[in-house]
Ligand binder design. Structure first.
Ligand code: NAD
Ligand code: LMR
Length: 332
């Protein structure tokens, strides 16, 4: 497996590249960054592991960087340095960066699976999909916006509430009990506690606080970093978790990849999500790494509060998707 990381010199790119270097399923790691691509690659190449690492910094090196990649991860772009800035405010700068990179992916690595970490995920994923579409390539089922960080936060925050009440018997069940759907910004993030017995352990106020904490999880880190960026280490862990799920599917070593969510283009109208073209949902991924379905059954199990949260998420995501699509239709 060859994995390329675009933005490898950054706060996320570096620890993510380290985790990928240590991953036994990755044979080749291509690290591109306009600042620091060579350095990170040289650094990682001193770790005695089988995975071959190569660094790139120049535009003319992108062909070699991207060719034959199975997975391309985009974590290039600016992040938030203050919680007063919204992820949507990163759009104007990051759409230019992503556009440049996606043109190269289309040119040199058309068949790769593309993972988008850069923000705002809700608008950048539609940009990537539309750019491929404009070149006559429908690749929606191989483009994933990475929302795994919301999932890992939900798991941790729920565990904290339960343990704070002296409830430990669900520790192992927590991971299977949570899904996060919607998008990756504020109210578009909707955590769902599938296990109703676990949910019943939370009062209405605790549940509301839990949802808000997950939705504002990014702010917690941005504020603690006090002007020095946003989540990087937990994001690298989350990104690697999603890559592991994909690699397992590609090598045929896991079931159906169910459980892991990502923000994807919905191939068919999903009952309950009729008015939105993109949404983060638990996915079914085939052995070619293509998203072949989403767990729409989950939507039938929602209670009234969760349905309201989903409605709000849908309206936010629709605006973000329109922004991305309009950007591509207005460019040449
Ligand atoms: P960072 O500033 O530390 O790193 C970004 C890197 O991108 C830098 O090394 C920079 O040189 C590189 N870069 C910029 N333009 C480039 C280009 N044209 N080609 C190649 N590389 C380029 O930022 P970070 O903390 O690593 O965050 C990166 C992005 O990820 C941000 O947009 C941030 O908001 C987002 N993010 C997303 C999630 C998520 O859950 N999806 C979580 C955390 C951060
Ligand atoms: C996060 O959720 O931590 C990221 O999207 C970064 C941010 O700006 O909050």
């Amino acid at each position: 497996m060859k994995v390329s990381v675009l933005g490898a010199g950054g706060g996320i790119g570096q620890p993510l590249s380290l985790l990928l270097k240590l991953n036994e399923s990755v044979d080749e790691l291509s690290l591109y960054d306009i600042y620091g691509g060579y350095g990170v690659a040289s650094d990682l190449s001193h770790i005695d592991r089988r995975c071959k690492v190569q660094g790139y910094e120049k535009e003319e090196e992108m062909e070699e960087c991207l060719e034959n990649s199975d997975i391309v991860i985009i974590c290039a772009g600016i992040g938030r340095s203050s919680s007063d800035i919204s992820r949507d405010e990163l759009f104007n700068k990051n759409c230019l960066i992503i556009r440049k990179l996606v043109n190269k992916i289309i040119e040199f690595s058309e068949n790769s699976i593309v993972l988008v970490i850069s923000n705002p995920v809700n608008s950048l994923v539609p940009i990537v999909c539309e750019m491929f579409k404009k070149r006559g390539i429908d690749k929606r089922n191989k483009i994933y916006g990475i929302t795994t960080l919301d999932l890992i936060r939900s798991e941790v925050f729920l565990r904290e509430i339960l343990n704070g009440k002296g409830i430990y018997e669900y520790d192992n069940a927590i991971q299977e009990s949570i899904r996060v759907i919607g998008g990756h910004s504020k109210e578009s993030i909707v955590p769902i506690i599938l296990n109703r017995e676990i949910k019943s352990k939370l009062s209405a106020i605790e549940y509301e606080r839990f949802v808000k904490r997950v939705q504002n999880g990014g702010d917690e880190v941005v504020e603690a970093k006090n002007g020095r960026g946003s989540a990087t280490l937990s994001m690298a862990f989350a990104g690697h978790r999603f890559v592991c799920c994909l690699l397992a599917r590609l090598s045929g070593t896991s079931g159906d990849g169910a459980g892991e969510s990502a923000y994807v283009g919905l191939a068919q109208p999903v009952p309950g999500l009729l008015h939105v073209e993109y949404f983060s949902m638990p996915l079914e991924i085939n052995a070619r790494g293509e998203c072949v379905g989403v767990d729409s059954g989950l939507l039938r199990t929602l209670d009234a509060t969760e349905r309201r949260l989903v409605e709000t998420a849908v309206s936010r995501v629709r605006q973000n998707v329109a922004q991305g699509q309009n950007y591509v239709s207005g460019t040449h």
